[in-house]
Design a protein. Structure first.
Length: 203
């Protein structure tokens, strides 16, 4: 059995403003750094054998705090980046709803069109599946943390649980939340989703 601990990165300024943030490489905010420390404390008792992360700063910074507590290196992989939101990048959710209503509806419906100028869900699924296959091969019977982004981690859940991928936010994962999937030869089980009990109240 492999236990996957799925960690969304801590908060950035754009997260706080409810903006689409894909490839823009923002660091954690002060609140995000507090969240990362609280998350590392929560995971201190877990027998984590490897920490994989997106190579974007917000994920790298979160992963570094977790890995340091376990004396582990951070395994950075660009295939774990957030999807490319194209022309939606930096826009608020309300702005995308207002200016790209038809495109947003099509994106949410399934594996069809990408956000204008962005990445298709099919492409996201292919790169995330490749990482999962490698983790499964390297870390049998281990606990592995994957620190990444809302869209990327949602794709991990789609692929692990055999759910057809779609756009939008089917699985809500807040900043610095913890989700858990267990994989064995009989299939996958979702143990926890979007757990934020470890987070301090926002300042």
């Amino acid at each position: 059995m492999i236990k996957l601990l799925l960690v969304r990165h801590g908060e950035t300024t754009w997260n706080a403003e409810h903006r689409y943030i894909g490839r823009t490489d923002l660091p954690l905010s002060g609140e995000g750094r507090r969240q990362a420390r609280a998350l590392a404390d929560r995971l201190a008792s877990e027998p984590i054998s490897a920490v994989y992360t997106s190579d974007l700063r917000r994920a790298l910074e979160t992963a570094a705090v977790i890995a340091s507590a376990h004396g582990l290196p951070v395994r950075s992989d660009p295939r774990l980046r957030e999807m490319d939101f194209g022309l939606w990048e930096g826009l608020s959710a309300a702005e995308v709803e207002r200016h790209y209503a038809a495109e947003l509806a099509a994106w949410r419906a399934g594996l069809g069109p990408a956000p204008p100028g962005g990445e298709t869900l099919t492409a996201v699924a292919a790169r995330v599946r490749a990482v999962l296959d490698e983790i499964a091969e390297r870390h049998r019977l281990h606990t592995v943390a994957i620190v990444a982004h809302g869209g990327t981690l949602q794709m991990v859940l789609f692929l692990s649980l055999g759910i057809p991928p779609r756009g939008g936010w089917v699985f809500h994962m807040y900043n610095a939340s913890l989700s858990e999937v267990r994989l064995d030869r009989d299939g996958a089980a979702l143990i926890r989703l979007n757990d934020t009990h470890h987070l301090p109240p926002p300042r």
